[in-house]
Write a protein that binds this ligand. Structure first.
Ligand code: ADE
Length: 252
């Protein structure tokens, strides 16, 4: 997998790629990430990348020339791979979109700054626009890192545990079950007995029910789209009927 990032702030992107799981994935050549400074493709003495908006109004607009020059120099014209603009106006980034991107051999991210980008970049250069949520950041660098991180951890070998990405919240359309490690009792709060039982069938069922319970409590909107078995549906009906205690075991 190769990802190219076009930005005015490469210094924001690169440190994150030099730590922990991302660094290891790059060293092991599971992913290659090239960060390109758009300013390197300006041709004027002051390396200007923004200008005042036609029609007036506040804020500056990113000029089209250095963006087109950078993208065409690196990816060719037309771009040899999908080019995704990070913008609050884009389609919403979800785990399904992360999976879609993880299946590509290569894609590129364009991070905007200032109040906006010249509309000709939207119309004639990018092939997709993605938002990481309904809020506005000062630029697309953090969204680019969010996407890189979510995609990288789906690639084979990036997480140490091959099932690491499988049980995740959202991977199955449900939120994840609670996790515990040693000690079995901490400040009087006990680990649920079933997890100490060694009975893998019971543990799997408990985890599934906890996932369903959490999703029902916190994100009921997700249940409409999740893949549910007959047993899942029965459990949810009993939850709705108030037949199942919903507080954590040690608070009952
Ligand atoms: N740039 C500014 N805000 C953004 C957001 N929410 N998603 C993607 N890019 C952005």
């Amino acid at each position: 997998m190769q990802i190219d990032v076009f930005t005015l702030l490469p210094e924001v992107i690169t440190p994150y790629l030099q730590a922990s799981i991302m660094q290891r994935a790059i060293q092991r050549k599971l992913i290659a990430i090239q960060v390109h400074n758009i300013r390197d493709w300006t041709t004027d003495r002051h390396h200007v990348c923004d200008d005042m908006p036609y029609g007036g109004g506040g804020g500056m607009v990113m000029k089209p020339e250095p963006i087109f020059a950078a993208v065409e120099a690196v990816l060719g014209a037309p771009p040899a791979c999908p080019l995704i603009l990070l913008t609050p106006q884009g389609r919403l980034f979800t785990q399904a979109v992360a999976q879609e991107l993880a299946s590509l051999p290569r894609f590129a991210l364009l991070a905007g700054r200032y109040e906006g980008i010249d509309e000709r970049v939207h119309q004639h250069l990018v092939s997709d626009e993605i938002s990481i949520g309904d809020y506005v950041l000062t630029g697309g660098e953090l969204p680019a890192l969010v996407i890189i991180d979510a995609v990288a951890r789906l690639l084979p070998g990036v997480l140490g545990d091959p099932d690491g990405a499988w049980d995740d919240s959202h991977a199955s359309g449900l939120l994840e079950y609670p996790h515990y490690t040693r000690p079995p009792e901490f400040r009087g709060w006990r680990v649920p007995e079933v997890l100490l039982s060694g009975d893998h069938g019971r543990i799997a069922r408990w985890r599934r029910e906890q996932s369903l319970l959490r999703t029902w409590q916190r994100r009921p909107d997700l249940l409409a789209k999740a893949e549910l078995s007959e047993m899942d549906r029965k459990f949810l009906s009993r939850l709705q009927a108030g037949e199942i205690p919903t507080a954590p075991e040690d608070e009952r």
